[in-house]
Ligand binder design. Structure first.
Ligand SMILES: Cc1cc2nc3c(=O)[nH]c(=O)nc-3n(C[C@H](O)[C@H](O)[C@H](O)COP(=O)(O)OP(=O)(O)OC[C@H]3O[C@@H](n4cnc5c(N)ncnc54)[C@H](O)[C@@H]3O)c2cc1C
Length: 393
């Protein structure tokens, strides 16, 4: 039977006081909708390893697709903190649901909005904003993960069209995407953004199976065998590796908020459980060792909230750097992973069951710490930023 979602968000430093009424409204509406529509079904879909497609329309309605894309293109026209809060709420329920929205917003709508032609924006953005179209982002290849610049997927100019060949792997939303933003090299070795549409001859997107993590998000390959790409499907506004990396900056920023959501969910569950669970004639919350765990969790959540809020303010001013985003993504996922593990311990044996969310969050976070730049790569980005010496190769 579906459980009632009892989540209460911790706000130890009154961070709500820093938020505008609009930001709070966006967050609270998303939270209420997620509690009603997604919390009751998420465990079932996680176990089935299936994305609950019936929530797509609702995700569009709460503004989860393209929150900061201007309203003229169907987006919600919100600021960056509202975007972050939406990602926090989505990941509080499940990282897979947040991933679907992150990809749609920052990896599909963002490049079309920033680098697309007016025709491309009008054709794709309004439908992506409602969820009528779903999109995916193809950068990673079987032999090029942390080093996407080495990609071999390529386009060749054939006069009135391009021919696309190659393969992408680990692509979120790929099997059901209507449009794929694919990064491929041209004859001059420049990386270009290519809009590949479902149904194009020679294009397939088989689902990948066997994931123990992010099971409620669909992952697939993108295979291109002489796919004829009309010239109007190339993103004209920017080329080079900086183009996909700028999309990742936006998505990683969302992840830095999302990870707080997963951490808050685990903390909230552990706090409630520890007050109810009796051992040695006392609630386990009465033991100092339990209090140490809970006190450290809320301290780390509070620090992560402040980091994300400040980063959001910098983004609103157009001042956030890639390295600042890396620091927040890395830190907030790390604390979320630690909190999930500690919260699981507080629940004892019950903590390993699907009655509680920790194991699901814990497994999900293994993907989140790896995708959009691994934990170590983000450390190297901070290292490069403070020393001016790249240590990648
Ligand atoms: C569930 C899921 C969904 C994903 N969705 C997408 C998507 O939608 N689109 C997309 O394009 N990609 C996606 N990815 C791919 C993801 O971005 C890559 O997995 C990630 O970039 C890491 O690449 P890799 O797995 O090939 O690991 P590798 O690059 O092979 O790294 C393996 C290990 O080596 C380390 N390493 C690599 N280089 C260095 C170095 N220079 N110095 C020190 N250590 C190094 C890494 O930190 C890591 O620990 C997804 C991945 C997952 C798991």
């Amino acid at each position: 039977m579906a459980k009632t979602d009892l989540f209460e968000a911790p706000d130890y430093y009154n961070i709500d006081d820093l938020l505008t009424d609009e930001q709070k409204l966006v967050r609270d509406s998303a939270r209420a909708w997620l509690k009603k529509e997604v919390s009751p079904i998420i465990e079932e879909y996680y176990e089935k390893a299936e994305f609950p497609k019936q929530i797509i329309k609702g995700l569009g309605e709460i503004g989860a697709f393209g929150p900061y894309i201007p309203e003229e293109y169907g987006g919600a026209g919100l600021d960056q903190i509202s975007y972050g809060l939406l990602m926090q709420e989505l990941e509080r329920v499940d990282s897979g649901v947040r991933s679907t929205a992150s990809v749609q917003s920052s990896l599909v709508m963002f490049p079309i909005w920033k680098y697309g032609s007016e025709e491309q924006k009008k054709k794709f953005l309004p439908k992506l904003a409602t969820g009528e179209f779903m999109g995916c982002f193809g950068l990673t290849e079987p032999d090029h993960g942390s080093n996407p610049g080495g990609m071999t997927t390529n386009i060749k100019d054939k006069g009135d069209h391009y021919l696309l060949n190659g393969a992408k792997m680990w692509i979120s939303n790929a099997p059901f995407a209507d449009v794929a933003v694919v990064w491929a090299k041209n004859e001059e070795d420049r990386i270009k953004g290519v809009l590949v549409e479902k149904g194009m001859k020679g294009f397939t997107a088989p689902e990948m199976h066997g994931k123990w993590s992010l099971r409620a998000s669909t992952t697939g390959e993108l295979l291109f065998d002489n796919v004829k790409i009309p010239k109007e499907n190339i993103l004209p506004g920017r080329d080079g590796l900086g183009a996909p990396l700028s999309c990742l900056d936006s998505a990683r920023y969302g992840i830095s908020w999302g990870a707080i959501g997963a951490a808050m969910d685990c903390y909230d569950s552990a706090l409630r459980y520890s007050k109810q669970r009796m051992q040695f004639d006392k609630p386990i919350a009465a033991f100092q060792l339990t209090q140490k765990k809970l006190a450290e969790m809320i301290t780390e959540i509070t620090k992560a909230q402040l980091l994300a809020w400040r980063l959001g303010s910098l983004k609103n001013e157009g001042r956030a750097t890639t390295a600042q985003v890396s620091m927040a993504k890395r830190n907030n996922i790390e604390i979320a992973m630690n909190i999930a593990r500690e919260a699981r311990q507080i629940h004892g044996a019950m903590g390993i069951t699907n009655e509680y969310p920790m194991m699901r969050h814990m497994m999900n976070l293994e993907s989140v710490v790896t995708y959009e730049g691994t934990h170590d790569i983000h450390l190297l980005i901070t290292g490069m930023d403070i020393t001016d010496i790249p240590a990648f190769s």
